[in-house]
Design a protein around this ligand. Structure first.
Ligand code: ADP
Ligand code: MG
Length: 266
């Protein structure tokens, strides 16, 4: 059983403060959905947790079983058990899927014996065309194929926690069902670390109907303004984000005091 604890996270990018005090705890096997309007800071949150360059953390911690990930380079965060399914998966010409997975296995001290078979089995399970396995990573794949490919990697690497940044964007209904069911299965499989813990960033209830979130959080202007059960996503569908925008002002997290820096922020 593992715990991912985000505490008081304040971060900026390009001189602009985007995350204004995020607190969130996810345990093995749990699914937490994060919903919020465009520009709220959802992808920024995933970038900061994973260690994407260009983001500055001003306060807070991201603890994986007590170890502060923010002190580690991105590759060590992955090695520690974090995984990001990107909103827009990168194409990596010249690097094959199995080669990449073999490197990742080796970095985790796992044997690569039988890896090609595992990849083929997993591809079949998620309906990723086996003929495409020899392509360079994500090169010339359709949107749906890319997300199936990303989900396949997630399933094989068996991280402790995965952040899905709009797994559902660019997916047709079948691909959405296959990918989200595979993730849902991983949350229920008790591997060496217990079930996968998930932070699922999404705009749509459709994904959540498959993923069955334990909690839903609404992120507005870099703050979680409301948390609740799956019914919160239904409420959002009816009321829209506007109903929650007002909560932003009342949110107690990380009140921002004016400082000298603000004078120079522009
Ligand atoms: P969301 O994923 O919730 O739609 P993002 O986290 O992508 O929102 O973006 C939040 C804000 O941060 C936006 O105003 C966006 O333009 C800005 N932002 C994010 N990443 C960068 C970056 N690398 N450089 C400049 N601005 C960025
Ligand atoms: Mg985003």
């Amino acid at each position: 059983m593992s715990t991912l604890e985000i505490k008081g996270l304040v971060a900026s990018v390009a001189g602009q403060q985007i995350l204004n005090g995020i607190d969130l705890t996810v345990r093995s096997g749990e699914v937490h959905a994060i919903m919020g309007p465009n520009g709220a800071g959802k992808s920024t949150l995933s970038a900061v947790i994973m260690g994407k360059p260009g983001y500055t953390v001003h306060a807070g911690q991201v603890l994986l079983d007590g170890v502060d990930l923010l002190t580690l380079p991105a590759w060590q965060r992955a090695q520690a058990g974090m995984h990001l399914v990107m909103q827009y998966p990168s194409e990596v010409p010249g690097v094959g899927l199995t080669d990449m997975l073999a490197e990742a296995y080796a970095a985790r001290g796992r044997s690569v014996e039988g890896l090609a078979d595992s990849v083929a089995d997993e591809a079949e399970r998620i309906h990723f065309p086996v003929a495409l396995l020899d392509r360079s990573l994500n090169v010339d794949l359709s949107g749906g194929e890319k997300k199936r490919n990303e989900t396949l990697q997630l399933a094989l690497l068996q991280p402790k926690f995965a952040i899905l940044d709009e797994l559902d964007s660019g997916l047709d209904i079948d691909a959405l069902r296959d990918c989200s069911r595979r993730v849902e299965d991983a949350t229920n499989e008790s591997g060496p670390n217990g079930g996968l813990g998930v932070i699922a960033i999404t705009h749509y209830n459709r994904l959540l109907e498959e993923l069955h979130p334990d909690q839903v959080h609404i992120l507005v202007k870099g703050r979680i303004v409301e948390s609740g059960g799956p019914e919160l996503a239904d409420r959002l569908e009816i009321e829209g984000y506007e109903a929650f925008a007002g909560a932003d002002a009342a949110a107690p997290a990380a009140p921002k005091k004016p400082s000298l820096d603000d004078l120079f922020a522009l």
